[in-house]
Design a protein around this ligand. Structure first.
Ligand code: ADE
Ligand code: ZN
Ligand code: ZN
Length: 260
């Protein structure tokens, strides 16, 4: 009996630790974005990416930004995964994190990819990071409030299991839907060329404000200790899928410009 209790305690500690370190968008979300982007690449961009990534697709490299969190050598990039600024303030006028944020991170990745004097090694690193960050930017709560760490502090139950609002949007809803990244990407909504162009229009900052506007709605959708289940996905999963698709289209736009 005693051994059983010890085992249960250890298992529960382990589960909570996994919850605390949940990757952003989860692997399926990030891979879906990479796979959708792949379908929107120009021939020229595709060829150069294949060379740089040695044949690995964007879906494979999309999770790199989270994988490197296991190596403290990369701790300085922690703040690149998100940006929090007050909802009534312009990003330009807000107080910046001295270690950088997702807007600066994407800018820096693009700069290095465009720099003819940058090393091949750096280009590969920042390319993989770019694929990841354009994904993160489209998770609304990555442009959230600093007070609750983008919803990480808003504890909720997801189908009776402990979770938090941030994690529900990163991965719980996607995992519950139970489709692979290839299924999610091949079942993305059919869009006209005009719709694709309209999604690809704008700047990283425009997309940041768009995510922030969505974050306000996400915050209004749930509160501390809410019990979320089927009806939450029913109301919100279309937005998750649409954000994954937009992110893929916009990632391809950036890559087509860089490698065009
Ligand atoms: N930590 C603090 N703010 C965060 C956010 N918006 N997203 C992810 N992690 C965070
Ligand atoms: Zn996240
Ligand atoms: Zn991330």
């Amino acid at each position: 009996m005693k051994q059983l209790i010890i085992l249960l305690v250890i298992t529960s500690m382990f589960q909570q630790n996994i919850a605390a370190n949940a990757p952003e968008w989860g692997v399926t979300g990030h891979r879906t974005i990479g796979e959708i982007a792949e379908k929107h690449l120009s021939k020229k961009a595709k060829k150069q990416l294949e060379h740089l990534l040695q044949g690995q697709g964007l879906a494979i490299v999309s999770t790199f930004g989270d994988e490197i969190k296991s190596d403290d050598k990369y701790d300085k990039y922690y703040t690149w995964h998100f940006v929090n600024f007050p909802f009534d303030t312009k990003y330009e006028n807000s107080e910046k994190d001295k270690n950088g944020d997702i807007v600066m991170g994407i800018e820096q990745c693009v700069k290095i990819l465009k720099d003819p004097s940058a090393s091949q090694e750096d280009k590969v690193f920042y390319l993989k990071f770019l694929v990841h960050l354009v994904g993160d930017l489209h998770q609304p709560l990555h442009v959230g409030r600093s007070e609750d760490k983008g919803g990480n502090d808003i504890k909720v139950l997801w189908h009776y299991k402990k979770s938090n609002l941030h994690r529900v949007w990163d991965s719980d809803m996607i995992e519950f839907y139970n489709m692979s990244y290839t299924e999610l990407s091949s079942n993305a909504k059919t869009l006209s060329n005009a719709q694709i162009e309209s999604i690809a229009a704008g700047t990283v900052l425009d997309w940041t404000y768009e995510s922030q506007a969505l974050a306000k709605k996400v915050y209004a959708s749930a509160k501390q200790d809410d019990k979320l289940s089927y009806d939450y996905s029913y109301k919100h999963f279309d937005l998750v899928r649409s954000q994954l698709q937009k992110s893929g289209i916009r990632l391809a736009k950036i890559l087509n410009e860089v490698f065009g």
